[in-house]
Design a protein around this ligand. Structure first.
Ligand code: JA8
Length: 256
């Protein structure tokens, strides 16, 4: 997969050379190209922002600079006649979820355009929407100082889904067996050795070797944690079995 990122802080993306994503790049699974937005600003100060029409606080990123940057990145296409999916992080975007990460992982080419200041002149998104698929996406309901951190989050969520990026030890296929964001259940607690640490014991069932009972216990813990921390997820959980309904009824008689 090819990923281009255009930013006024390309050095912000140093973590993309570490660990999982560093290895994926070395192996050629990920082709990440970073670009300095100011390279497409032609005035002496390499200006990328200007005051907002209509007044108000802060500055808005200039359309001409982004337009030249995106045109130029798109003009260096991979072998086929493909175009990138343009991803613009913004708190006013559609929510980036695991489902969106799976969608992006199936794309050959992503182009991220993280903004600073009050965002990018909206005509840029309108212009490219007539040529590319343009997604304005939010990673959550909080405001960052810029879109760079959101790009790091999204690239990591996508990269771990690419074939060959994860080892067998923590395979993506496990995501669909263990409770997780895909099933609308939170993961329950996990433990490793020693069996007693500072007087705290590992739940006995996990040491029992009864694989069926362990699976049931984990499911119950996942249901309990989801009920306590993210109750809104439970309304969306599919295919609850009889034991699931009993576990939920124990937590809250209105459920299950
Ligand atoms: C921000 Br400025 C800026 C640009 C993108 C994003 S995504 C998010 N949660 N906050 C702020």
């Amino acid at each position: 997969m090819r990923i281009d990122v255009v930013s006024i802080f390309p050095e912000y993306f140093a973590p993309l050379s570490v660990s999982l994503m560093g290895k994926a790049r070395e192996r050629g699974i990920l082709d990440i190209r970073l670009h300095q937005l100011r390279d497409w600003a032609h005035d002496v100060h390499h200006t990328v922002d200007d005051t907002p029409y209509g007044g108000g606080p802060g500055m808005v990123m200039k359309p001409e600079v982004w337009g030249e940057a995106i045109d130029s990145v798109c003009a260096e296409p991979p072998p086929d006649a493909i175009t990138p999916r343009l991803v613009v992080p913004t708190p006013s975007g559609r929510r980036f979820t695991q489902q969106v990460a799976l969608e992006y992982a199936a794309e050959p080419w992503l182009l991220f355009a993280p903004a600073r200041y009050e965002g990018i002149d909206s005509r840029v998104m309108a212009e490219y929407a007539s040529r590319l698929r343009v997604d304005e996406v939010s990673i959550g309901d909080y405001v960052l100082a810029g879109g760079e951190a959101a790009v790091l989050v999204m690239v990591e969520a996508v990269a771990r889904l690419l074939p060959g990026v994860l080892g067998n030890a923590n395979s993506v296929t496990d995501d669909s067996f263990a409770p997780g964001p895909m099933q609308n259940l939170l993961e329950g607690p996990v433990y490793t050795k020693p069996p007693v640490w500072r007087g705290r014991e590992v739940p006995e069932i996990l040491l029992s070797g009864h694989h069926g009972k362990i699976a049931r216990w984990r499911r119950d813990e996942a249901l309990r944690r989801t009920y306590e921390r993210r109750p809104e997820l439970l309304t969306a959980v599919q295919d609850l079995d009889k034991a699931d309904r009993r576990a939920l009824a124990d937590l809250d008689p209105d459920l299950g």
